[in-house]
Design a protein around this ligand. Structure first.
Ligand SMILES: [Zn+2]
Length: 287
């Protein structure tokens, strides 16, 4: 698949010049066979202090979808100690998949088909998706991208995806294991995979990220946030620097310094989570 020419997505400079396109890692499908409107959804608007939803169907301000995103905004800001959000995030929701895919294909023709996208330009931080059974997970992932870029100057690709995968998991508490990633990493480990934050930090093209890269990015984020105060603080301090930096530095040397046994720690972390998930899957329901 050709690398997208990001220059084609440049829009007039307003305040900061950047163009960023990030997608959920699930594959897309077919294109529409008939003509659809290529306009963004605009007939309904639901606004909160931190984001607004433009949709072509009505969404009540107290609907579960809006309340969950509001709660997620608080959780992300608190867990990562993000600075004050500088820009709003706009969520465009189409009522059906075909209209969404037609719009995306017409507007961003070189992008592969995906269920949802975050597109950050100098004009707008926008999330695009459509009404579906998985809308909450899709929006949680893309909204995390939006919020990070609304608060920070820059975010390295691996960390952008690792955090989006981390916060897409639903649950009362932030930080529940992403069972798909845990199982993937544990299987990869048996087949010879070894984690490499160095390699992830070299990546700059989201279309080259594999399922393993997504899983490992999530794994490093989870490891740092849940191992101990030192590893957590490395990530929090690194994010704080991204508020003003235009080019992110590398996180690996900082982690190495604060936690010299980080490599073994990461492997143990994945292994421990894997045991918990296997145990849960063999527990007999009580009713
Ligand atoms: Zn993503």
């Amino acid at each position: 698949m050709p690398t997208p020419d990001l220059n084609t997505f440049k829009l007039p400079l307003l305040r900061r010049l950047f163009v960023l396109v990030i997608a959920a890692c699930l594959p897309g499908c077919h294109m529409a066979q008939k003509t659809f409107s290529v306009d963004k959804p605009r007939s309904h608007r639901t606004a909160t202090d931190h984001f607004e939803i433009r949709s072509d169907f009505r969404i009540a301000k107290d609907s579960p979808l809006v309340l969950e995103l509001e709660e997620l905004q608080k959780q992300i800001t608190s867990a990562l100690q993000l600075p004050k959000q500088r820009d709003p995030v706009v969520v465009y929701l189409f009522s059906d998949e075909q209209t969404y895919r037609n719009y995306m294909q017409t507007t961003w023709p070189t992008l592969p088909a995906r269920r949802a996208y975050f597109v950050g330009t100098s004009r707008e931080l926008a999330v695009y998706s459509f009404h579906s059974e998985t809308i909450q997970e899709d929006l949680r992932h893309e909204f995390t991208h939006g919020l990070l870029h609304a608060s920070l100057n820059t975010v390295p690709l691996w960390l952008d995806e690792g955090l989006a995968e981390y916060f897409e998991v639903r649950g009362r508490e932030v930080g529940r294991e992403h069972s798909g990633h845990v199982k993937y990493l544990q299987t990869a480990r048996v087949n010879g995979w070894t984690p490499s934050l160095y390699k992830l930090e070299q990546m700059s093209d989201f279309q080259k990220m594999t399922q393993q890269d997504y899983a490992e990015s999530w794994g490093w984020v989870h490891f740092m946030l849940h191992t101990n105060e030192q590893t957590r603080q490395v990530l929090i301090n690194y994010l704080a620097e991204l508020e003003t930096r235009t080019v992110p530095g590398k996180l690996l040397p900082l982690l190495e310094k604060a936690a010299p046994s980080y490599y073994d720690g990461m492997l143990s972390h994945v292994s421990n989570m894997s045991r918990g998930i296997e145990f849960a899957s063999h527990t007999t329901p009580t009713r």
